[in-house]
Design a protein around this ligand. Structure first.
Ligand code: C2E
Ligand code: MG
Ligand code: MG
Ligand code: MG
Length: 291
């Protein structure tokens, strides 16, 4: 059995090398184990307020390091988890960890708005608003500092139910963002029914700022749409100064991308955001005067 085990691991590694060829059942088995073994951790990517250039928040992104196979990217395991019920404990784990982290930052005097990705399955789950309430209550995290990111597709798959859940979440006091906005079936007719706070421009549009097929009219339109609906607008995937300039000139409220910072562990986020970008709580000690 032992022999089989190590062969299996070798085979797994070969499959991971191919990545796209990873069989879903294998990922599912490994992921179940990963949850139990604490192999999942959360990284934080800064969100920058375009006008002030201050770090105003972070997006929490799940990271999986398998002891044998190393780093496995979310694209390789989130869709598999979503096709089974495994995404439920994953989303719950991420939400609870984020609330703990945010509450701990609050105790240190920093109010960091943290965005958490919520899968469609979790969002549509009967007890979801109750779960959010419990995570907040158990950790002491301020609801106003939590933003739940749901995709446009999630909201559109059952509009009536989505509107109901969104209203429940609003009562709790958390913020809601529509993630990957513009790539789904954005029916404007439905959009006005969703009580959300933020539109998050999908990064394919951001990437398209300099591409041959100019995407800037689409970004401009999404920003105007957000403004006229009184929503905040965030662009993801900002990698170049050219993209940044365009977004600033067009009054995109917040930006997120490798240009300003990749997702990093909480201690690194804390260092760069609190020390370098946010105002210190107390005045800096002045250097002693030369005699
Ligand atoms: P998303 O929510 O749209 O997250 C943004 C993705 O873009 C992240 O990929 C992030 O690392 C990446 N990104 C950020 N800035 C840049 C940039 O400047 N350039 C480029 N090329 N990419 C950038 P990641 O972490 O691989 O996550 C991929 C997707 O997996 C996420 O898309 C989200 O849908 C899902 N995901 C990640 N963590 C979780 C989680 O905890 N729960 C759930 N349900 N889904 C998650
Ligand atoms: Mg997101
Ligand atoms: Mg997104
Ligand atoms: Mg995306």
């Amino acid at each position: 059995a032992k022999q089989f085990g190590s062969n299996q691991v070798r085979r797994d590694r070969d499959l991971v090398a191919k990545r796209d060829g990873l069989p879903p059942l294998l990922v599912e088995t490994m992921l179940r184990q990963a949850l139990q073994n604490g192999e999942l951790e959360i990284h934080y990517q800064p969100k920058i307020h375009t006008r002030s250039m201050q770090v105003v928040g972070a997006e929490a992104l799940c990271r999986w390091t398998h002891p044998e196979l190393g780093h496995i990217p979310p694209q390789a395991f989130i869709p598999v988890a979503e096709s089974s019920d495994l995404i439920l404990p994953i989303d719950e784990y991420v939400l609870r960890s984020v609330c703990q982290q945010g509450a701990s930052w609050m105790k240190q005097g920093y109010r960091v708005r943290i965005s958490v990705n919520i899968s469609g399955r979790q969002f549509m789950q009967d007890g979801f608003p109750k779960l959010v309430r419990a995570c907040l209550a158990q950790t002491g995290m301020d609801p106003q500092l939590i933003e739940l990111e749901i995709t446009e597709r999630t909201a559109m798959c059952d509009v009536e139910r989505a509107v109901h859940v969104l209203q429940e979440l609003r009562k709790i006091g958390v913020r809601i963002a529509l993630d990957d906005f513009g790539v789904g079936y954005s029916s404007l007719n439905y959009l006005i029914q969703f009580p959300v706070h933020t539109l998050k421009i999908d990064r394919t549009f951001t990437a398209g700022i300099q591409s041959a097929v100019n995407q800037t009219p689409i970004i401009g339109a999404i920003i105007s749409l957000a403004k006229s609906l009184n929503l905040s607008v965030v662009a993801e995937g900002v990698e170049t100064f050219q993209q940044f300039d365009f977004l600033r000139e067009n009054r995109c409220d917040e930006i997120q991308g490798f240009l300003f910072g990749a997702p990093v562990p909480p201690t690194s986020f804390q260092l760069s955001a609190f020390v370098a970008k946010l105002q210190p709580r107390a005045p800096q000690p002045t250097a002693p005067e030369e005699p």
